[in-house]
Design a protein around this ligand. Sequence first.
Ligand SMILES: *[C@@H]1O[C@H](CO)[C@@H](O)[C@H](O)[C@H]1NC(C)=O
Ligand SMILES: *[C@@H]1O[C@H](CO)[C@@H](O)[C@H](O)[C@H]1NC(C)=O
Ligand SMILES: [Cu+2]
Length: 662
Amino acid sequence: MHIAAASTMKHFFLIIFFFCFFFFQEPQAGPIHPHQLTHPLDPLTKQEITLIRTIVLKKYPTKTYTVHFHYVGLDDPEKSQVLKWVFSGTPTPRNAFVIAMINTETHEIIINLRSSNILSDKIHNGNGFPTLTVEEQTEAIALPLSYEPFINSVKKRGLNISEVVCSSFTVGWYGETKSRSRVLRIECFMKSGSDVNIYVRPINGIIILANIDEMKIVEYNDRSMEPVPKAENTEYRASHMKPPFGPKLHSFATHQPQGPGFKIQGHTVSWANWKFHIGYDFRAGLIISTASIYDVEEELQKPRPVLYRGFISELFVPYQDPTEEWYYKTFFDAGEFGFGQSMVSLEPMHDCPPHAHFLDVYGTIMWRHTETGIPNQEIRESRSDVSLIVRMVVTVGNYDNVIDWEFKTSGSIKPAITLSGMLEIKAVEFKHKDEIKKDQHGTLVFENSIGVYHDHYYIYHLDLDVDGVDNSFLKTNLKTVKVTDKSSKRKSYWTIETETARTESEAMIRLGTSPSELAVVNQNKKTSTGNHAGYRLVPALPVHSLLTEDDYPQVRGAFTNYNVWVTPYNRTQKWAGGLYVDQSRGEDTLAVWTQQNRDIENKDIVMWYVVGIHHVPCQEDFPIMPSLSTGFELRPTNFFERNPVLKTLSPNYVEWPKCTKP
Ligand SMILES: *[C@@H]1O[C@H](CO)[C@@H](O)[C@H](O)[C@H]1NC(C)=O
Ligand SMILES: *[C@@H]1O[C@H](CO)[C@@H](O)[C@H](O)[C@H]1NC(C)=O
Ligand SMILES: [Cu+2]
């Protein structure tokens, strides 16, 4: 999550895959309009990206200017325009939003892709810098390898410079009031022979600061010499391991004789009763849009809107070691490193069920083709669990994040996060816990290796439009009622009290303090028995930041002050940590926007939800961490008249074809 990988070539991928069962009834997909092949929220195409580059370089020729693209993405049309398109095919504008550093200035450029015109070109003068590019990180991490003082430090430690691999780290903000240049810290690691698990073998005690506009090392301090942890037992590739292997697993197969059961037109997926759009963004990665569900009971058989847009807006990873080498490690993986930029491919054959579908996406600023693959970690075989999963895998340095959006025929959407990968290790002199006399801010997971305490906070942007754009946010508290008047033999029971949040401040929720249910409902739409159609948030285990609100990383990551926030829809308020996150000062976060305390009742609203993991490393996380999952559910609540899968027939039983080895 935090290290810009040393390798220069990365593949992006996006997967949709479907489990082994199939709907007996074909989905009511409705007539296909020609306009459905393109969608206003389609990610930029390769041709469009090339066009953008041409237009920008025409205005700023490289003979005269240095031009670096830090973000290239779709400038989303207004929701009203997208919905007009959904209902009647009315075309929407097709604009691109570009953040480019031209000489040393940060430009925000909007380009009309139909007319090839620059619509606006503004210079960003505030604090914070754009997302880093892979190229500048690649250049920066090569700097120490030819820097004399570093070469000497490596020699002094008896290490071999040709086995050194470096990574770049954002520096954060610690109350500086003057503007600072774009700098990165660089830390280096040891490869060892064929062992590639570099993240567990840091060279500690050296502080390197590089100015990435001038591309040179501007600060160097060799402070202390801790031993580099050993390479033994850090291998994770089966091909490089020796027996015994185990535990032994039996082979398995998936089979869908009638095909995959979903249709893809352009970027729009229809499966069972669902229809939604899959987008890609350099910063957010996977974006689910205009998700709607067909209701078998509804006479008109029209799709009912549920989720206008859903994506991970930011990912905040503060480490909890306050020492000089570590205090600054408080990373924002989307805003600083580009969550989408860091999408990777998995081993296709290893992880793929046969009926998966692959989507190509184009890495925005890197102009690279992207790869797709299909992981298959769970096979579910019961009728109620037939689901479609859209999955992306993001590797930012040492951590792998598997991001899933699971759609269920029951109307639920279940976003999930699975973490794996390598811990970030601090090298120490200790080989046994008994030698440790003061807080080392982590667990001794191997000799000389501390896995440092940290958190993973993912904030989801969930623009629910339940049966229309105007929705309200309801908090239903469960309350104990004491029976004091002897009207019952019971002394207590519980009941509910429902509050509608009128303004943003009433919708800032810390979960887990008292039993409650949170829902986004449409107060203009009632079921036949008079309940408001809604979707409930079934949260993951609640997690709260333990930093003080005035601590600098917490000011920047203030969107973790609460678990749930609700804001009125604003097309440009997409990034909970701000548009410019590198060295940001917390001036453009969700916590600042909501200070306006805007009205949110019966309005077009967006729910923001923070899913978190406090990570106290343990020995099982070493040398590579077994997957750890968390997730939540958006679940229909009085949205349908009754159980929507009541009439769903079981898939046909299929004889497994007798397979013979070719
Ligand atoms: C340094 O490492 C390289 C690459 O692994 C190896 O070829 C070389 O022999 C090593 N040199 C020494 C002095 O160990
Ligand atoms: C929408 O968000 C932008 C960026 O935060 C802000 O400048 C603008 O005032 C907001 N618009 C409204 C109507 O609140
Ligand atoms: Cu972790």
